[in-house]
Write a protein that binds this ligand. Structure first.
Ligand SMILES: Cc1cc2nc3c(=O)[nH]c(=O)nc-3n(C[C@H](O)[C@H](O)[C@H](O)COP(=O)(O)O)c2cc1C
Length: 388
């Protein structure tokens, strides 16, 4: 089973992750993980924090001479910004009294977290609720996608809306032709007109002391038929993907394939007609409104997930709030913050999808060494071809 835990505060010494269940024999290096961490750090609308950090995950265990050895993989990402926060985030008690944060930001974990954990200071809550933690998830996601690559599965993402500006191509587009443009785009959008308007929307929000959200799309290609299962609620892959996406900070809506638009269609318009290619002995569908999953099981089409990212809650022009110490109406807390995080959230979405798929793939094919997993996988593909 592929599973992981992360630890670390936004301005603490660093983030750590322990990844378990990766078979032995998988080529893995720090450069590969660093490439994905860099993609997460990019995106128009991020704060100056991203100029400070140069995220790099050090592999502390589980890899020897460039190959995984089957034992837990531990990863460490040091926070460069820690230097500036050593007193505020010191592990040991400090001499000086640090001013507590008591003005909760609407839309953040501040109020609910401070009350739940019985804290008079919001700092410990915001430190862990911060999406800085997702750097560790992207590092774990890089391990997962490295594994998926061995099975030909690739994961991509792009932005389809920011601040009310929608990409012309709309939803469920063919990914391949867009990839190069997307990777070059500061907002991960392949449509140049929309890209310009999205950047203008971000600039406008920034000038007004405001923030903007949007929608990103994540796509997994070459996924075999048969990952996930219909037999239990928690084995349905659509449910697992939705949970993984919704766990990304600020994601407030998730849809698979045609998603919410299915509400307006008739059954005859909504479903994907099944075909069988006799020459290739392969099943396929005439369309992909199901987003690659039927009955909680992958159906061989690309997995297509859209996720809504809300406008982030820390505003340079803060909303009203109530001081937790005095009960007075005040302006909510402000500290250095992003204006738009949709492009970064898309990269995090890739990582979460990779993690869910790696986990589902290992559940189905098992194996302690990659060769064994690949052998099992090939045996399954051969058996499908024979049966079909
Ligand atoms: C990549 C990324 C960066 C984020 N940066 C900020 C930020 O700078 N300021 C902020 O208030 N929220 C930011 N957020 C959103 C908060 O982490 C999130 O809104 C908060 O944890 C509350 O959780 P919820 O919105 O999921 O309910 C970011 C989210 C992501 C995905």
């Amino acid at each position: 089973m592929f599973r992981f835990l992360t630890a670390g505060e936004s301005h603490g010494r660093g983030l750590v992750a322990i990844v378990e269940g990766v078979p032995a024999g998988l080529a893995l290096d720090e450069e590969y993980i660093a490439r994905h961490l860099k993609r997460r750090q990019g995106g128009y609308g991020r704060s100056a924090r991203m100029d400070i950090e140069r995220d790099r995950a050090e592999i502390l265990s589980g890899v020897r001479h460039g190959l995984t050895i089957g034992s837990p993989i531990s990863l460490l990402i040091r926070n460069r910004d820690w230097e500036n926060w050593q007193e505020v985030m010191a592990v040991s008690p400090v001499e000086r009294e640090i001013e507590p944060i008591t003005r909760p930001r609407p839309g953040h974990a501040d109020l609910a977290g401070a009350i739940k954990y019985g804290l008079g200071d919001i700092r410990p809550i915001l430190e862990r609720a911060s999406a800085r933690e997702t750097a560790a998830r992207v590092a774990v996601g890089a391990v997962a996608r490295r594994l998926l690559q061995e099975f030909g599965i690739e994961i991509h993402s792009h932005t389809i809306a920011i601040g009310g500006v929608k990409a012309k191509e709309g939803r469920n587009i063919d990914w391949a032709q867009f990839e190069k443009k997307v990777e070059k785009s500061p907002v991960r959008c392949a449509d140049p007109d929309a890209e310009r308007e999205m950047m203008a929307a971000i600039d406008k929000a920034k000038e007004a002391g405001d923030t903007v959200g949007g929608i990103f799309q994540v796509i997994a290609t070459s996924v075999p038929i048969g990952l996930g299962s219909h037999v239990h609620w928690d084995r349905r892959l659509d449910g697992r993907i939705a949970q993984a996406m919704m766990s990304i900070n600020a994601v407030k809506g998730v849809e698979l394939g045609a998603g919410f638009s299915l509400a307006e269609l008739k059954g005859s318009q909504a479903h994907d007609i099944i075909h069988f290619d006799k020459a290739k002995r392969k099943w396929h569908h005439a369309s992909n409104r199901a987003g690659g999953i039927e009955g909680g099981i992958t159906n061989g089409e690309p997995i297509v997930v859209n996720a809504v990212v809300k406008p982030i809650p820390t505003l340079a022009k803060p909303l009203p709030s109530v001081d937790m110490k005095t009960g007075e109406v005040v302006e909510a807390h402000f500290e250095r913050s992003d204006v738009c995080v949709v492009p970064s959230a898309a990269v995090i979405g890739e990582a979460m999808l990779a993690i869910v798929l790696a986990s589902a793939l290992l559940e189905k094919f098992g194996g302690d060494h990659l060769k064994e997993t690949l052998h099992n996988y090939q045996g399954y593909l051969d058996s499908i071809a024979k049966r079909s």
